[in-house]
Design a binder for this molecule. Structure first.
Ligand SMILES: [Zn+2]
Length: 310
């Protein structure tokens, strides 16, 4: 760990020690469905609990990237599976091709269920390869038939490093279609659920997420990517709904982020959305934008740690 990160860690430890020690060795989720333990997260050395990246996708260069992220001061990365790999593209034409695929994914286009198996295996391999350094969220493709969807999610949740469900990508203006997955998260004791948030999610979708969060008060719902162009609405909704959070990856306007940190510091979660963002750059941006020490501590670590330890 570089010198600045060590100093950073020392400053944060005083704030986190009590929280960490208050926990037993694992988290037994209160559920009648399939209880499991998020043991790996609880096994992290206390002095390294500094910054948590709540939103990062599996990439081909994961080993090198996690090393670079650790050097930048990011100690725990929440990984999500992905069906597209824009980091593989090197030419404009290849990027365009990846983005065409991405548009279909984030617009909730139906595909053959077999397409979800390989990304889930990529995520599992990443969790197995980096225990204690990464945790995961289970993919929940909303186009799957209900029973298949539940089985697919439950199967992934058996992995001890799984801490939530995401990233959910509904069709535009179909935000209500996430509710069966939120119900499943509720059945599992209140697992965090990360939704896409950025376009093509609409204002109506963000309002649907807030309404669903109100109906499932023990499930933290995290609006991804700062709600995209609807960040102001996301802030209003997260102000009003106690279990609605915002991942600040892809924050487009720094003064909005700064204002949000002033109003709802306990509802914002640091994220990079890598490979769409660069974790080290995202971290620098957040550290520059949020100058209040307590708010920064909450955004970089405490809020995410609190959700994962519930
Ligand atoms: Zn994402």
């Amino acid at each position: 760990m570089p010198h600045h990160a060590r100093r950073h860690a020392a400053a944060f430890c005083q704030l986190t020690d009590q929280h960490v020690r208050s926990r037993s060795s694992g988290v037994d989720l209160d559920t009648n469905v399939k209880p499991y333990r998020c043991a790996r997260y609880s096994n992290l050395p206390e002095e390294r609990l500094v910054t948590i990246d709540i939103h990062a996708h599996v990439t081909d260069d994961l080993d090198a990237r996690l090393t670079a992220d650790s050097d930048a001061g990011i100690d725990l990365t929440v990984l999500l599976s992905t069906r597209v790999h824009p980091e593989r593209a090197s030419s404009v034409e290849q990027v365009q091709a990846e983005f065409r695929s991405l548009q279909n994914v984030v617009a909730g286009e139906a595909v053959d269920p077999s397409e979800f198996a390989a990304p889930a295996m990529e995520l599992r391999a990443a969790l197995d390869a980096h225990p204690g350094r990464v945790v995961g969220m289970a993919a929940a493709p909303l186009t799957l038939e209900r029973r298949t969807l539940v089985e697919f999610v439950d199967d992934q949740l058996q992995h001890p490093s799984m801490v939530g469900i995401g990233e959910l990508t509904c069709a535009p203006d179909a935000g209500q279609t996430i509710e069966p997955v939120v119900q499943l998260a509720d059945d599992h004791g209140g697992l965090p659920v990360l939704v896409h948030g950025f376009a093509p999610n609409t204002e109506g979708d963000l309002r649907s997420y807030a309404a669903i969060a109100s109906r499932h008060p023990r499930v933290p719902i995290i609006i991804g990517a700062f709600g995209g162009l609807n960040s102001m609405l996301a802030i209003e909704l997260a102000t009003d709904v106690s279990n609605l959070y915002i991942d600040i990856s892809s924050a487009l306007q720094i003064f909005v982020l700064r204002a949000a940190a002033g109003r709802i510091p306990s509802k914002l979660l640091f994220g990079s959305n890598t490979p769409y963002g660069l974790p080290a750059a995202s971290l620098k941006t957040v550290q520059a934008a949020i100058t209040d020490r307590g708010a920064l501590t909450a955004v970089l670590h405490d809020n995410a740690a609190g959700l994962m330890r519930r």
